[in-house]
Design a protein around this ligand. Structure first.
Ligand SMILES: Cc1cc2nc3c(=O)[nH]c(=O)nc-3n(C[C@H](O)[C@H](O)[C@H](O)COP(=O)(O)OP(=O)(O)OC[C@H]3O[C@@H](n4cnc5c(N)ncnc54)[C@H](O)[C@@H]3O)c2cc1C
Length: 449
């Protein structure tokens, strides 16, 4: 029997791989599409922090093949070891040579392992998006009395929140920078998370570096830059990820200065038949076009939609000319969202900015049960009045307010437009029309322009 030949091969079964395959199916219904993934049972990445207490069992967070099967996309569990761009074929670990017309690299990222002495000891866990591996961490947690998290970015704080719900487990978090979430929030927002975590008993040490992990084979203590040592049974590394570019480099594709695979606006590498999407692909800042190491599932899927649609012809003209690094996070009932530049990053980059802030109850009247406060900060260009960034903290609605701000940034909306925004409001659903915090924050900024 002749082996099936595929027109499109997608390498990688994370969010970027799945969405590029599904989008390619929609735009090119006649093409045969194969997705090759090295991990049979992956985990939904954003759900990983919640696999240890909130979800009943780790399997509730499986990244399955359902959307692929539903769309008639073939799936193979194997690892692509090399790409022959001249011969237009990939070679896999199982020895298969598979020709392609169009190739999409969606090979993701790997957790950064910091050069800490003793980091290779047992009991130290970088976060791999692999269900079986994460089940191993869950097993270790059930026997541990204490855990130390390295890194106070969104992954670190989400783990701290989850672990602090495990009875009898002492949780510590160490962050090198002076505040939590400092890469994407100004300090007054990071401090809100600190308060929440401290109230749950998490020991937070900011402005300190983990210098050495001690223990006979297995980690037992973490020694910090302030010359103190913290006893710990386990360590989780949450300090970020680096694009996985080995395959691309070996086949001679360029890397950007940010070290992701170089791609144009349409996610094409310099080889017009090879695309790269998601964490492995280079990103550029929306305002400066500088290389930006932002790795988010939401960015990955947006890129995947661009690539999937434009594989054979440029069908979808891309409007987004860079990443606005938009995301939200959740700690013990508190939602935080950030998009675009923070006040500190904008000033550091040399932008002349004004800032508008506002706080308002998220229901009206505020005496309604379940009312929470929404806090908003908006950053505008002083001369042009265009929105450059925003941060929100509050209840569940803050998760969607940040998406409104993200849209405003992408559309380069002015402070005046935001100040005169037409909105739907309802006592149970939103802040009062008289004090909608997004509008008030814009108004606050307009007064300073
Ligand atoms: C704990 C955690 C929480 C997160 N939470 C959020 C969140 O709330 N919101 C958000 O937007 N982002 C979040 N992220 C970031 C998000 O996970 C990534 O941005 C996203 O997974 C990127 O998707 P991707 O498909 O590009 O890469 P990946 O998810 O890394 O997938 C790449 C896949 O390719 C496979 N692969 C690699 N090389 C090969 C090869 N040679 N052959 C075959 N297969 C290969 C890998 O095994 C992997 O399965 C989180 C990340 C972590 C670790």
């Amino acid at each position: 029997m002749e082996k099936e030949k595929f027109n499109v091969i997608v390498v990688g079964g994370g969010p970027a791989g799945i969405i590029s395959a599904v989008t390619a199916r929609k735009y090119y219904p006649d093409k045969r599409i194969l997705l090759i993934k090295s991990v049979g049972k992956g985990a939904v990445p954003c759900g990983i922090p919640y696999m240890f207490k909130t979800l009943q069992k780790p399997e509730d967070n499986i990244l399955g093949n359902a959307p692929l099967e539903k769309n008639g996309i073939s799936v193979m569990v194997d690892e692509v070891l090399s790409v022959d761009r001249k011969g237009k074929a990939v070679k896999t670990r199982s020895g298969q040579i598979l020709p392609y017309e169009k190739l999409i690299l969606a090979i993701g990222s790997n957790p950064i392992i910091p050069p800490i002495k003793g980091v290779d000891k047992k009991g130290v866990f970088p976060i791999y998006k692999d269900l079986e591996y994460l089940k191993g961490l869950k097993g270790e947690l059930s026997r541990a009395k204490s855990i130390l998290i390295v890194g106070g970015g969104f992954i670190g704080i989400e783990f701290a929140d989850e672990f602090s719900d495990i009875k009898g487990l002492k949780v510590c978090l160490v962050e090198l920078l002076p505040h939590l979430l400092m890469n994407s929030f100004d300090p007054e927002f990071g401090e809100l998370v600190g308060e929440k975590l401290r109230a749950k008993g998490v020991g937070i040490m900011t402005g300190k570096k983990v210098e050495e992990l001690l223990g006979e084979g297995k980690v037992a203590e973490a020694c910090l830059s302030n010359k103190t040592c913290v006893p710990t049974d386990l360590v989780v590394l949450g300090i970020g990820a680096a694009p996985n570019t080995k395959l691309a480099e070996e086949t001679g594709l360029d890397l950007g200065r940010g070290k992701g695979i170089w791609v144009d606006e349409y996610m094409r590498t310099p080889d017009p038949d090879v695309f790269a999407v998601g964490d492995c692909a280079g990103k550029r800042d929306f305002f400066t076009r500088k290389d930006l190491p932002v790795m988010l599932a939401s960015t990955a899927t947006a890129e995947a939609r661009v690539a999937g649609a434009n594989l054979y012809q440029l069908k979808v003209v891309r409007e987004n000319k860079g990443t606005i690094a938009i995301y939200s996070t959740y700690v013990s009932g508190l939602v935080l969202g950030s998009a675009g530049l923070t006040e500190s990053s904008a000033r550091k980059e040399g932008f002349e900015v004004v800032v508008g802030t506002a706080e308002a109850p998220n229901k009206h009247p505020a005496t309604l049960p379940g009312t929470e406060k929404t806090k908003i900060k908006l950053i505008f260009s002083k001369q042009s009045g265009i929105i450059m960034g925003g941060q929100v903290a509050g209840g569940i609605c803050a998760g969607e307010i940040i998406n409104i701000i993200g849209m405003a940034i992408q559309q380069r909306v002015s402070s005046t437009e935001l100040e005169t925004l037409q909105l739907a409001t309802h006592p149970h659903l939103t802040s009062a029309p008289t004090m909608y915090p997004l509008v008030l924050a814009a108004q606050d900024a307009v007064g300073k322009i």
